[in-house]
Design a protein around this ligand. Structure first.
Ligand SMILES: NC(=O)c1ccc[n+]([C@@H]2O[C@H](COP(=O)([O-])OP(=O)(O)OC[C@H]3O[C@@H](n4cnc5c(N)ncnc54)[C@H](OP(=O)(O)O)[C@@H]3O)[C@@H](O)[C@H]2O)c1
Length: 381
């Protein structure tokens, strides 16, 4: 099958290179921006890709919603298979593209959009056909894992950890999507769609790592904990709980050993039990390998990853309960039931009674709206 590639950046170059030696696949035209076509296999005209009768599948690796969305619609309408690594596109338009693919008899797969080389969506997609998935979670953002690992293993403060991540190319010049947890939130949204046929388009609570200080890390590490940024999705009634937040892990948790910019994804099936994957969540070849896996699956007849009947829902995080480690720069309000005050002084440190994710995230938002400073992390013991 001849495969066209849209976008020739980090992922696109990896996909093109791997296509040259892949069984049953061969590289087709590559779409680049105007003025950037410097090789014979490149084109700046999407029409040339769409009108090439030999192209059976198209890989999109440009990023963003447009023009990826418009191109995807044309590609799928023409009956060609469409594979993307673009989580922004799938989060915004995935259900519509899945319906279009179904009606055209074409494939729409997006393994690389969540977890890069870590085969979470691929396995979830297969497992959810034969088992009931009870939860999906993981360390789905390599940049923040690199920063947290640097802060906890070498005592760097947040600014130094971010600067190092940027120097090494793990963090963008504008790191907001990563450090705010938004990138991980988009990924857990896709995992919920694949695992539970429910895509939480709204209500996903998202706390990143921007509030953690070197003092916080020293304090909770002194108490035997290691912090990781965790995205989690759980079916709840007709909807799902879906959220991103820092979590403190005690002894024995596999999350503690996920170092540098690695990812870790886990799901639990009613019959298969817990499954854990650890690997590279980004990078040219790990991500391209996930794209090639999707293409190989298409050759074997696989057509969809977003289940038929998937619906958009508002996440409900009011029934997910955790105890939280909380640090504030002032007294903690009555809205948060405190089990134990660890440190009282200018910075208060405490552990809450079990409270819902909703209550905790709302409380933090209210503290910040009044100019206060708060770091919190769920306790996983
Ligand atoms: N990098 C990773 O490790 C990774 C991992 C998982 C998923 N992804 C996802 O994969 C996608 C691509 O990421 P990337 O890291 O490869 O990005 P990238 O290095 O910036 O590459 C994107 C390429 O697409 C080109 N492009 C953008 N719009 C275009 C258009 N309208 N026509 C033609 N070319 C266009 C860009 O050209 P210009 O440079 O001229 O803008 C660039 O060469 C994103 O959705 C990303 O979230 C990336």
């Amino acid at each position: 099958m001849k495969v066209a590639v849209l976008g020739y950046g980090t992922v696109g170059t990896g996909v093109y290179e791997m296509l040259r030696t892949a069984d049953g696949l061969e590289p087709g035209p590559v779409l680049v921006r105007k003025g950037k076509a410097c090789e014979p296999f490149m084109t700046t005209d999407i029409g040339a890709v769409l009108s090439d009768p030999e192209v059976g599948a198209v890989v999109e690796a440009m990023g963003g919603v447009e023009p990826a969305y418009s191109y995807a619609k044309e590609i799928l309408s023409s009956g060609r298979h469409f594979v993307t690594s673009n989580k922004v596109l799938v989060a915004a338009k995935g259900m519509e593209l899945a319906a279009l693919a179904r009606s055209a008899g074409a494939a729409f797969l997006f393994s690389a959009a969540c977890g890069g080389g870590v085969p979470l969506l691929h396995n979830l997609s297969v497992a959810s056909g034969s088992d009931r998935i009870l939860s999906v979670s993981g360390i789905l953002n390599g940049t923040t894992n690199f920063m947290l690992h640097a802060m906890q293993s070498r005592g760097l403060d947040y600014a130094a950890a971010l600067a190092e991540a940027q120097e090494l190319g793990y963090a963008e010049a504008d790191p907001t999507a990563d450090v705010s947890g938004m990138d991980a939130a988009r990924k857990i949204l896709l995992a919920c769609a694949v695992a539970f046929s429910r895509l939480p388009g709204e209500g996903v609570d998202c706390e990143g790592i921007e509030s953690i200080t070197a003092e916080d890390a020293a304090d909770f590490m002194g108490r035997g904990f290691i912090c990781r940024l965790i995205a989690r999705g759980v079916p709840v009634g007709d909807t799902v709980a879906a959220y991103v937040e820092p979590v403190l892990f005690g002894d024995g948790a596999p999350e503690r050993s996920v170092a540098y910019n690695s990812n870790m994804a886990r799901y639990e099936g009613k019959n298969c039990g817990p499954m854990v994957f650890i690997g590279q969540g980004a990078g040219r070849y790990p991500t391209a390998s996930a794209v090639l896996r999707d293409l190989s699956c298409i050759l074997e007849g696989r057509r969809e990853m977003m289940p038929e009947g998937c619906v958009s829902v508002r996440a409900d995080n009011s029934r997910e309960l955790h105890r939280y480690y909380v640090r504030t720069n002032g007294p903690i309000g009555d809205e948060l039931p405190i089990q134990e005050t660890l440190v009282s002084g200018p910075a208060v440190r405490a552990v809450t009674e079990p409270v819902s994710v909703r209550v905790m995230h709302d409380y933090a938002a209210s503290v910040r709206s009044e100019g206060g400073n708060i770091f919190y992390a769920a306790l996983e013991v």
